[in-house]
Design a protein around this ligand. Structure first.
Ligand code: PEP
Ligand code: MG
Length: 606
């Protein structure tokens, strides 16, 4: 992260200077847009209680852990108390004293220890059960004030649990229009923040293709990630400007800075509105080549915005979000009902459901059964998990649910993270098994259902000519393809500078896959984040892609770019790019070309 202070220069708004007094931080532009709001510092990750039985020898260890967590909680409460007294006066610490009393209450402490000792369970589990037991007693109290003390028991229980798990604490309900400042956010948290109608998200960690960034774009929440230490520079209530287009965060801006950014936000909104007016026009180049623009969707709430922005359908539905934040995996019927509801909202447009892609940065209890992995991105995730004996029933439940939904509208199934023909055949065989089961049950489904796969690994790309013979369509997932081809962890901000979508290797792979697909007469899409960069739309089409699937807000701009261009122009640009040796040279070529053709402000609005 780069920090700058300096003299005011409004034209340098995205760069390095500003009035003395305000602090500017530069990170990775994760989701475009300008937001001005009050900071809400969030460092709380949702807690899960690990539950396990322990051997008789481990009982004393668990009790000691529990004792240490109580002690640590006490120290923390004492620290908060003295801070509050300093700032607000004596009255405000009464509630913390009450929490300290609960912390040492025998009903909590002795009971939890008794459970560990007698039932041979770990400290977290014993704590959870004791807290639940105490809360039940409070439930029965008629007096409302005392009944509401349940939340204090929860508060104390959470604090002890966090200390047992070694996690930090913090609140989770930001007010509307807040700028959420966090170390990191789980995909589930980010989706929830959308519901809270926050204005922007800024985080210490993450890159442009981390799921925090993807979800922020999907919900049109301005976002800057990879700021490294933003949480230590911002306090709750600080006024913050977030420029998600430039990757800039300004803390406690001066009034003239606020005025400047407000004006820019108004201009960008006006351009966005103008582009949206074209949403019902077809996406085709000036020489008549149709390109299909689809939307990436993570949760059903994102379907209406996709339609609103003119998507032809859903090119990537990340179904793993159905599995996050819950104790039991979704049943076949849930998959069916969910997919059917999506199709109903789409009203005849196609939905491409990717089978669940858990693991990696989308951690889930269902993907954790084998314990922690040293290299989760290279581990038992995604389709690999689905093909194991543990994952298979979950996979089959999903496939049957999706097949049943296919009777209600155009639905495509897509497999993620396929490494080669062997794995593809295995996945397809399971799909056939599911079809046979449904036939035996007399359940209808679309017998001609299209089945596609993602190209996310070099091994799949290099065998795309073989894979194309056995599948209906490809979709290139550049988020992972770049990660695996360039050996860059997509969520590690320290190597973010090496994450180059325009690396010659990536462009060659895209061309190779598109050529293989064409030779076998199957369509090829791209659904990685790269597909939603208006600057890259021409090059990608020139490389041979038929379909681009992206966040909803990017669709109108990409459409405008393609409608104003010819295929010849696109192919020439792609051919020129393929001749260059570095990502930087390729980017310069594209920027120069696009700058001549389109106003800068248009390309930024998405
Ligand atoms: C990709 O890898 O490009 C992709 C679209 O899948 P995800 O981002 O969900 O891994
Ligand atoms: Mg992927």
């Amino acid at each position: 992260m780069v920090e700058t202070k300096g003299s005011w220069d409004p034209d340098q708004s995205g760069a390095s200077s500003g009035p003395i007094g305000e602090i500017r931080k530069h990170g990775t532009a994760a989701s475009p847009g300008i937001a001005i709001g009050r900071a809400y510092v969030l460092d709380r990750r949702r807690l899960k209680t690990p539950k396990k039985h322990v051997s008789p020898e481990e009982v004393e260890v668990e009790i000691a852990r529990f004792g240490a967590a109580i002690k640590e909680s006490d120290i923390q409460l004492e620290r908060i108390k003295s801070k509050l007294v300093e700032r607000e006066g004596e009255d405000h610490f009464r509630i913390l004293e009450a929490h300290q009393l609960i912390l040492h209450d025998e009903h909590l402490v002795d009971e939890a220890i008794k459970k560990i000792r007698e039932e041979h369970i770990n400290a977290e589990w014993a704590l959870r059960r004791t807290v639940d037991q105490i809360k039940k007693i409070f439930d029965a109290i008629e007096d409302e004030y005392f009944r509401e003390r349940r939340s204090d028991i929860d508060f104390v229980g959470d604090r002890i649990l966090r200390n047992l798990l070694g996690e930090d604490e913090g609140p989770v309900q930001p007010p509307p229009d807040a700028v959420v400042v966090a170390h990191d956010l789980s995909p589930g948290d980010t989706a929830q923040l959308h519901r809270a109608a926050v204005a922007a998200i800024v985080t210490n960690v993450g890159g442009r293709t981390s799921h925090t960034a993807i979800i922020a774009r999907a919900h049109e929440i301005a976002g800057v990630v990879g700021l490294e230490e933003i949480t230590s520079h911002v306090t709750n209530g600080d006024l913050v400007i977030v420029d998600g287009t430039e990757g800039l965060v300004i803390i406690n801006p001066e009034p003239q800075t606020v005025a400047h950014f407000r004006a820019r936000a108004r201009r960008e909104a006006a351009i966005g509105e103008a582009l949206l007016a074209n949403r019902d026009l077809p996406t085709e180049t000036l020489d008549g080549q149709a390109i299909h623009l689809y939307c990436n969707v993570d949760i059903i709430d994102e379907v209406p915005p996709a339609i609103h922005h003119g998507a032809e359908g859903i090119g990537l539905y990340r179904t793993e979000f159905l599995f996050l934040g819950r104790a039991e995996p979704p049943s076949e019927d849930e998959h069916y009902q969910h997919a059917r509801a999506v199709l109903e909202q789409l009203g005849g447009k196609t939905a491409t459901f990717r089978t669940f892609d858990l693991g990696g940065d989308k951690a889930s209890p269902f993907a954790k059964s084998l314990g922690p992995e040293l290299n989760p991105a290279l581990g038992l995730r995604s389709i690999r998990l689905c093909l194991t004996p543990q994952g298979r029933p979950l996979f089959k439940a999903q496939l049957r649910g999706l097949l049943r939904a296919s009777a209600h509208g155009p639905l495509r199934i897509m497999f993620p993270m396929i490494s080669g023909v062997g794995e593809l055949r295995e996945a397809k065989a399971i799909l056939e098994e599911c079809k046979a089961e449904l036939r035996a049950r007399g359940e209808p489904f679309d017998p001609a259902i299209k089945v596609g796969m993602m190209i996310e690994m070099p091994s799949a790309a290099l065998t795309s000519d073989l894979l194309a013979k056995e599948i209906d369509f490809f979709s290139i997932g550049t988020n992972d393809l770049i990660q695996y081809s360039l050996a860059i962890d997509r969520v590690n901000e320290h190597v973010g500078y090496l994450y180059e979508p325009l690396h010659p290797a990536i462009l060659r792979i895209v061309r190779y896959v598109a050529t293989a697909a064409k030779a076998h007469g199957i369509p090829v899409a791209m659904c990685g984040e790269m597909a939603g960069e208006p600057l890259l739309a021409l090059v990608l089409v020139g490389l041979g892609l038929d379909e681009l699937s992206m966040n909803a807000a990017a669709i109108p701009v990409v459409k405008a770019v393609l409608r104003a261009s010819t295929m010849e122009e696109a192919r020439t640009l792609a051919d020129q790019a393929l001749k260059l040796s570095t990502a930087r040279a390729i980017e310069e070529l594209i920027r120069e070309h696009m700058a001549k053709r389109f106003p800068d402000e248009v390309l930024k609005v998405s």
